[in-house]
Design a protein around this ligand. Structure first.
Ligand code: ADP
Length: 262
């Protein structure tokens, strides 16, 4: 394999079974080049969260290989950030301290206090919540908590960034604001990002490529489809929704959903 081919996230024959034995993900093969946003669409139960959990190292075991730039993703060299659906903030820590503790854990001994403070300030400002630094998570709205979770994920400067339906609990306006902030954050720190969503529009607005998971047990169904979305990805956010390219992607994906998920 050339060095170019091994750049990014390589998923080779990934297979996951939970204790009941049935394979949830079966022989999944994917090659995701570094520095891209990959949105993941699939029906409930198709293994989207399981895929993220495997990459995040949250499963006791799996079959196959997960490589990042040619090395296993779990060798301590690859920093993985996770933004869960329920924000995952520590309620007994302030916004500032939630990010600070993540930095200490993710980069032990690497950043001194001044460097950590600079990162915290930078990402809270980028997410438009510098004024909330001293607040506790439970005193914030869902949208504000999700901004903190995104600021925290970017602040550790992960090589791989995993987002599991991060905006699904938010109203449409808040969601749109966070989609823009997420894209702006990613421009500043272009991690290899996997973004799970059940919203077709969100998948097209955010993804450079769109991974469409097959329905049902992946072990017994066909392989997932990786659709190119670079035409929409390259546009300014505000132009995307009304573009012919967006409509075309939307039609294609809806047709796939009808054919493959029903
Ligand atoms: P998705 O995120 O696409 O909705 P999941 O990855 O959450 O799918 O789940 C895929 C399948 O694995 C489902 O059938 C689900 O019931 C099963 N599953 C998920 N987590 C566990 C678990 N901890 N133990 C047993 N089965 C699980």
């Amino acid at each position: 394999m050339s060095s170019l081919e091994s750049n990014g996230l390589q998923i080779e024959d990934l297979q996951v079974s939970y204790s009941n034995g049935e394979p949830v993900l079966g022989k999944l093969n994917l090659s995701l080049p570094e520095f891209g946003i990959y949105t993941v669409l699939g029906p409930s139960g198709s293994g989207k969260s399981t895929l993220l959990r495997a990459i995040a190292g949250l499963l006791p075991g799996y079959g196959g290989k997960l490589l990042f730039n040619g090395r296993t993703v779990h060798d301590q060299h690859t920093l993985v950030g996770l933004v869960p659906q329920n924000y995952g903030l520590l309620p007994w820590k302030t916004v500032h301290d939630n990010i600070d503790i993540a930095l200490k854990i993710a980069r032990p001994g690497e950043a001194d206090k001044a460097a950590r403070e600079a990162q915290i300030e930078r990402w809270l400002t980028a997410m438009g919540i510098a004024g909330l630094s001293g607040r506790y998570p439970l005193s914030l709205s869902g949208g504000q908590q999700q901004r903190v979770a995104i600021a925290r994920a970017f602040a550790i400067q992960p090589a791989i960034l995993l987002l599991d339906e991060p905006f699904s609990a938010l109203d449409a306006m808040t969601r749109e604001g966070l989609q823009r902030l997420f894209l702006a954050g990613w421009q500043e720190h272009p991690a290899t990002a996997l973004f799970v969503t059940h919203d077709v529009e969100e998948a097209i607005l955010l993804g450079q490529r769109i991974l469409v998971m097959p329905a049902g047990k992946a072990g017994t169904a066909e392989a997932p489809e990786l659709l190119d979305n670079s035409a929409v990805f390259g546009m300014p956010y505000e132009d995307k929704r009304d573009s012919a390219e967006f409509m075309e992607r939307s039609r294609t994906i809806r047709r796939m959903m009808q054919e493959r998920w029903q």
